[in-house]
Unconditional design. Structure first.
Length: 459
């Protein structure tokens, strides 16, 4: 279906924002099976950014259903659609004319005959029920950013997100069944919620990409979640040892302090399965290095942990130190593996704990080669059992780009304007671990995550 922008009628479905409005939108409905419906709205005249990664195993879990059996009613002028549960013939989603589609602003409005709404992780809230309370208006931001963990009360203007990009939620309908909605978009976005006695309005707003939304039809919540996981990919199965007792902190400046902590745990007869190390162990906070002074003999200490049946996990930051003498910086530059500056068209320079840093562009296949080389070098020095991946939004201490010729940087702001992992959910980090740690299954834990898993065969 084609939805055209009529300039004489600004409420026809598409509206003019900053003179970059989409003139003609393509509207597509697709059924994955009788429980999952996809709505895609994009520019019919020009290509736009779409999330390129999906779970290739998803199709085997679903059996496609004829679109006519999905309970859809649709109107082009004015724009609106409704979804009815084919089993009960009850309305569970409707959309009015709240559709704005411009180059840098997109909004889609939905309404549910519902009494509660859950989801939109990852965030800290006082209640699982979002925007809880009657007649409340709230907004929840989804944008990976290295912030502390604020209590997200939903109050305007939002911006209290944490590390995860999980634009999925469930509503509890008036008939006590649950329906799910997944907004597949990797750009920064706000989800505005209005609670009323008649139902719940949800407006999805984002600054780029397309509208790619999946509706999970009413059922008990366990089945809705199962269908959602079938689509995005099953949860990662960690090694058994990772489910034990772990200990870590920032501030163990020397290996001797770590050893004393281990002795104290043994003396107190406190269970301990793994020791984790923060950036203290690194040489000048540079990833893939070990401080040869304060952490001398770290390899022997880790061997001792292994003899005791324990494990060791070091932190790593994905920023590559901007230093002409750094072999990984030179390798990435030669392979054109870094995120490029929109201003200089050269590799973008940011700042992290190690100082000036470059950030690998994970959509570039060469980026994995740089990361793998660094992980192998670290493993040759110390036989680690997994990695603790930190600041992979990527987190940048400068506001926007740093200026390398200046000695002083702007005030520290964790996060830049592109925070969602470009190779979604840390795939390159994990694949490198698989190659290095065979035949055991590695552990990786990361802060910034995206809501999809990409399946890829080992080489």
């Amino acid at each position: 279906m084609i939805l055209k922008h009529e300039r004489s009628d600004p409420f026809s479905g598409l509206t003019d924002i900053n003179n970059d409005e989409v003139k003609e939108a393509l509207v597509l409905f697709e059924s994955l099976d009788e429980h999952v419906l996809r709505l895609k709205i994009t520019d019919n005249k020009a290509p736009r950014w779409e999330v390129p990664i999906y779970n290739p195993d998803a199709r085997k879990y679903f059996k496609q259903c004829p679109i006519r059996n999905m309970g859809i009613s649709y109107s082009n002028t004015p724009y609106q659609f409704k979804l009815v549960d084919p089993r009960t013939q009850q309305l569970f989603i409707s959309a009015d004319d709240t559709l704005y589609f411009a180059d840098k602003f997109i909004e889609l409005g939905l309404w549910f005959p519902a009494d509660a709404i859950f989801g939109l992780g990852e965030r800290a809230t006082s209640s699982f029920d979002l925007c809880d309370g009657p007649y409340r208006d709230c907004v929840y931001t989804t944008f990976n950013k290295d912030l502390d963990v604020p209590l997200d009360d939903g109050n305007y203007p939002g911006g209290k997100q944490t590390y995860g990009h999980q634009p999925f939620y469930m509503v509890m309908l008036k008939n006590k069944q649950f329906a799910g909605v997944f907004f597949l978009n990797s750009n920064a976005q706000d989800t505005a919620i209005k609670r009323r006695s008649t139902g719940i309005n949800v407006n999805h707003r984002t600054i780029g990409g397309i509208i790619d939304i999946y509706f999970f039809y009413p059922d008990i919540p366990e089945r809705v979640i199962r269908n959602y996981h079938s689509f995005i990919g099953r949860p990662y199965l960690p090694p058994m040892w990772t489910l034990g007792y772990h200990l870590s902190r920032w501030g163990w400046e020397t290996l001797d302090k770590v050893k004393n902590v281990l002795k104290s745990m043994e003396f107190a007869d406190f269970p301990l399965d793994s020791m984790w190390s923060d950036i203290d162990y690194m040489q000048d906070f540079v990833s893939f290095t070990v401080d040869s002074d304060t952490y001398r003999d770290l390899d022997k200490f880790v061997d001792q942990l292994h003899e005791m049946g324990m494990h060791w996990v070091p932190i790593l930051n994905p920023g590559i130190k901007y230093d002409l003498n750094n072999s990984y910086y030179k390798m990435g530059e030669e392979m054109n593996a870094y995120i490029r500056s929109a201003i200089t068209k050269k590799s973008m320079i940011g700042k992290a704990w190690l100082g000036e840093a470059m950030f690998l562009a994970w959509m570039n296949p060469n980026a994995s080669s740089v990361w793998h080389a660094g992980l192998k070098r670290l493993y040759d020095q110390v036989k680690y059992d997994g990695i603790w991946l930190d600041m992979n939004e990527a987190s940048n201490f400068c506001n926007f780009e740093c200026e390398p010729e200046k000695k002083e940087f702007s005030s520290i702001v964790h996060g830049t304007d592109s925070h969602n992992p470009k190779e979604f959910d840390d795939l390159p980090y994990y694949l490198s671990l698989i190659h290095i740690s065979e035949p055991t299954r590695p552990l990786y834990i990361s802060y910034a995550v995206f809501c999809l898993k990409k399946k890829k065969k080992k080489k």
